[in-house]
Design a protein around this ligand. Structure first.
Ligand SMILES: [Zn+2]
Length: 468
């Protein structure tokens, strides 16, 4: 029995690990690499295995950097089941369809520019076929997915349906428990429950997106947003919030509802300008059983979710374009979360050069994305080849991140009973090294940062290179 570290080992996106036991092969996540064009070219490369040889996939959650290559896997011959939380299937139907539409759009553009390779990464039909392979589970349910391999999903508190994965693997007398974090949410985040405790594990794979820093507290973040809204109101500008369609968008609407009076939101028009976020919001509101206590109470008191009379769900393109006519008083929540596509692009084009406008960055921004350049304070950016001066004020708010910070991740790893060996994955290189040292110092656990292709012998615990 062994585990091979494959994707998201050198970068933050493209999560994927390979478990081999009892003659079977299982993938943990099969995510898309996100970033600049060179990063994303990696997605087209062949898998380091034959997809037809994979017996099953376990999917931690719907985000595309964890699920986005599942359609490609199916297209290239995978025939098994994809085990995941039932809410993740609903979200994947929305997310993978969108990812496929983007790929088809990109392929048409490549064809127009005379590229030889103009086949889309996958089509909407491929995406729907991938969803048909998914078998839903609930948190806590134990499922034997293959002989000798039991799966249990636990709430990771990251987005709706997000799970950390517990796999109990037996071969003869040897039995090992592997826990894979997927993405771990913040403790105390709106709507979502706190990440569950780990219980027993021999091995823990932990993400490290924010393993080197602390987010601002929720209260401070709420005050900060209130301050930005007041400032933008005084300056007569608009507020742009690039947000992942799934997770942040719903939490923002929820916060707007909670702080409606305090933030004087009656003076604003709020636009959720993303067909995908609109669909995802409906899925969120339809799963109150997955909400935390506070959100459940809030929902009970309100007539509708979210309780915003001035919310506009602008699904159609014409509705989105019409927002450009509004020079002030608009709060626009649009994707993509890293500003590397989607409707936020045309809003940025209209607002970036206006000093009275504000951009609030609330999620992680991968290297190479426009969002990252804004966070880094570039005074000039290029959008679709055109130069834009950045005069709008850019605010980065870590407190609303869907990812736990260093202390959240430590607390989660620390919830493991016994002395597991810990492997730090899914983070930028320096962050992983820093977080490894933090785990060693704070929890006294043996902790390693595996390289892509490293193989962990699950029986002995030895970590070696797979180069064959
Ligand atoms: Zn995620």
């Amino acid at each position: 029995m062994e585990l091979e570290f494959y994707g998201a080992t050198r970068r933050v996106t493209g999560s994927c690990h390979i478990l081999r036991a009892g003659g079977r092969t299982i993938l943990l996540d099969c995510g898309l690499v996100q970033g600049g064009p060179e990063d994303e070219a990696v997605n087209r490369e062949p898998f380091p295995f034959d997809p037809a040889d994979i017996d099953a996939v376990v999917l931690s959650h719907g985000h595309i950097d964890h699920s986005g290559r599942v359609p490609l896997l199916v297209k290239r011959g995978f025939r098994g089941s994809v085990h995941t939380h039932e809410a993740t299937i609903e979200l994947c139907r929305v997310l993978l369809k969108d990812s496929a539409s983007l790929a088809e759009h990109d392929a048409r553009r490549r064809m127009r520019h005379g590229h030889a390779d103009s086949e889309p990464l996958y089509t909407v039909d491929d995406a729907m076929r991938a969803v048909a392979h998914m078998k839903g589970m609930r948190y806590g349910e134990v499922r034997q997915i293959l002989p000798g391999i039991n799966l249990r999903l636990h709430d990771a508190g990251h987005i709706l349906g997000s799970a950390f994965v517990e796999l109990e693997v037996s071969e003869g007398d040897v039995r090992r428990t592997i826990v894979f974090s997927g993405d771990i949410g913040q403790y105390g985040t709106p709507i979502m429950n706190d990440p569950a405790a780990i219980g027993h594990a021999d091995y823990v794979l932990v993400e490290s997106t924010y393993g080197d820093r602390l987010h601002r507290s929720h209260e401070e973040t709420v005050r900060e947003i209130g301050g930005i809204i007041t400032e933008a109101c005084r300056e007569c500008g608009n507020i742009l919030i690039p947000a992942f369609a799934i997770g942040r968008s719903q939490e923002l609407l929820y916060l707007f509802g909670q702080h409606y009076q305090e933030w004087d939101l009656a003076r604003w028009e709020v636009y959720l300008d993303s067909p995908m976020a609109i669909e995802a919001s409906r899925i969120y509101w339809n799963h109150p059983e997955l909400w935390d206590e506070e959100a459940t109470l809030f929902r009970r008191e309100m007539r509708s979710m979210p309780p915003l009379d001035n919310l506009h769900l602008t699904g159609r393109v014409e509705e989105s374009m019409a927002i450009n006519g509004k020079r002030e008083g608009a709060i626009i929540v649009a994707g993509s979360g890293m500003c590397n596509g989607g409707r936020i692009i045309h809003h940025l084009k209209h607002s970036l050069e206006r000093p009275e406008c504000h951009v609030i960055i609330i999620g992680f921004q991968a290297v190479g994305t426009l969002g990252r350049k804004l966070v880094e304070g570039h005074k000039e950016v290029f959008i679709n080849g055109d130069r834009y001066r950045v005069a709008a004020k850019v605010h980065t708010l870590g407190g609303l991140s869907a990812h736990g910070d260093r202390d959240d991740l430590l607390r989660w790893v620390g919830s493991c009973e016994g002395k597991p060996a810990v492997f730090v994955v899914h983070g930028e290189e320096t962050v992983k090294q820093v977080f490894r040292e933090t785990i060693r110092a704070s929890l006294s656990l043996e902790t390693k940062v595996p390289l892509p292709g490293d193989v962990l012998n699950l029986e002995t615990g030895a970590l070696g290179s797979s180069v064959s």
